[in-house]
Design a binder for this molecule. Structure first.
Ligand SMILES: [Zn+2]
Length: 412
């Protein structure tokens, strides 16, 4: 085992530089996982391990009080054309007071802070700190879904997600679901349309149903409107001299907390019904095959070799702004830039989805977000983390963690 080092902000920044230098697309997080576990061991964590999907987990034992989970994620989005970057995406360069590169703020910078904060809090917190960085966040959150699964998964009392909030406290976000509407016809040669049923003829009715449903989306006071839009249409066979026998219309649906797969699909089916009914006089459905509505799926493969067919559905979540954990977090963080006892932090939703959809939206564990960094740099080729803000964020984390543990109380 390597020599024990103590936690510090400067140590966290050096660690973050190392993390940026290890690319980690979803399904390719293995080397990064090993680096994270090595840092936890060097910092004297009581326990470290990886799960079946290769997520990195470390534990710093506290007292009998509430257990908090600190979570970022191991994967990153692609860097695109390296020449388009001012600083190399995998360089971990520090310049102009900022840490630069893919993952600087989403999310390797905050991940590094969380790993050091947990070690720095040894002996100063009322309960255990679990630091759990899952794989596959950027493609729907398989890693966190697996980590907190009902049978034998982790069950902390409160979760802090380390996605950037620019110093605010985040309490939720909309979710996202990709829905496919599949219509069937009869293929035929384009020179003889009478002998075929063109599946594209279903498109107007399908799009009219989608438009009806899009105009009837619900709103939430904090999160705003759910929104639904058709983003693609595919016809097969794709040959341009063949009448297609199948079309697939794809919908991007930004959903509200509590929306379930079955509930969403029922709403699409109901919206399509009157429009498809009008086609019956023309002999639809063709060959007895009615229009199918389903959630899009993707076969995902963890770097450990485990595979799963996953629905493309990232759940949303929303904490009550008056929840004791939210109030305690806003007090502990305070207003950034204010001297001394500077009031309470701004409480607001994120604009993007996070693993909080799984921990809170699906598993019901109180969850808040806090991390330095500006959301507008996420997934861009100017990604950066301001180091003054990060230093402030590190200090605030030291107060935030015990504050939410006290507010979350004991196990319910
Ligand atoms: Zn992220």
């Amino acid at each position: 085992m390597s020599a024990r080092r103590s936690a510090s902000f400067d140590g966290a920044v050096a660690f973050a530089q190392d993390l940026i230098r290890i690319p980690s697309l979803p399904g390719e997080e293995g080397e990064l996982t090993r680096r994270v576990i090595a840092e936890m061991e060097t910092l004297g964590y009581d326990e470290t391990y990886t799960d079946e999907l290769g997520s990195a987990i470390g534990v710093v034992r506290g007292g009998a009080g509430a257990t908090v989970m600190l979570s970022a994620h191991l994967d990153m989005v692609a860097a695109g054309d390296h020449d388009e970057w001012e600083y190399p995406p995998f360089g971990g360069v520090i310049a102009d007071g900022c840490l630069h590169g893919r993952g600087a703020m989403d999310i390797k910078g905050p991940l590094a802070l969380q790993v050091h904060v947990a070690a720095a809090l040894r002996g100063r917190v009322p309960g255990d700190i679990i630091v759990a960085h899952p794989v596959y966040e950027e493609r729907g959150g398989w890693g966190m879904d697996h980590l907190t699964r009902v049978d034998g998964g982790l069950r902390p009392d409160v979760v802090i997600i380390g996605e950037s909030t620019h110093g605010d406290v985040a309490i939720g976000h909309r979710g996202r679901c990709e829905v496919e509407i599949v219509g069937h016809g009869l293929a035929g040669h384009a020179s003889a349309p009478d002998r075929a049923r063109n599946a594209l003829d279903l498109a107007p009715a399908i799009l009219a149903g989608v438009t009806d449903l899009a105009s009837a989306q619900e709103a939430d006071d904090v999160l705003g409107h759910a929104s639904l839009v058709a983003t693609g249409i595919d016809a097969v066979p794709a040959s341009l001299n063949v009448i297609p026998d199948r079309i697939t219309v794809t919908l991007d649906w930004r959903i509200l907390p509590g929306d379930t797969e079955e509930g969403l699909l029922t709403r699409v089916r109901d919206a399509l019904k009157p429009h498809l009914k009008r086609l019956e006089a023309d002999g639809w459905p063709a060959a007895g095959k009615s229009v199918e509505v389903r959630v899009a799926t993707e076969r995902q493969r963890a770097y450990t070799g485990v595979e799963e067919e996953r629905s493309i559905l990232s759940p949303g979540f929303l904490m009550d702004p008056g929840h004791p954990v939210v109030l305690a977090a806003a007090r502990a963080v305070g207003k950034r830039g204010a001297d001394g006892s500077g009031g309470t932090a701004t409480v607001r939703p994120w604009t993007f989805a996070t693993d909080g959809g799984w921990t809170c939206g699906v598993r019901g564990i109180p969850t808040i977000g806090f991390a330095p960094g500006e959301e507008r740099y996420a997934h861009t080729n100017t990604e950066r983390l301001d180091l003054d803000e990060a230093r402030w964020g590190y200090a605030k984390y030291l107060e935030l963690v015990p504050a939410v543990q006290v507010a979350a109380g004991g196990r319910s």
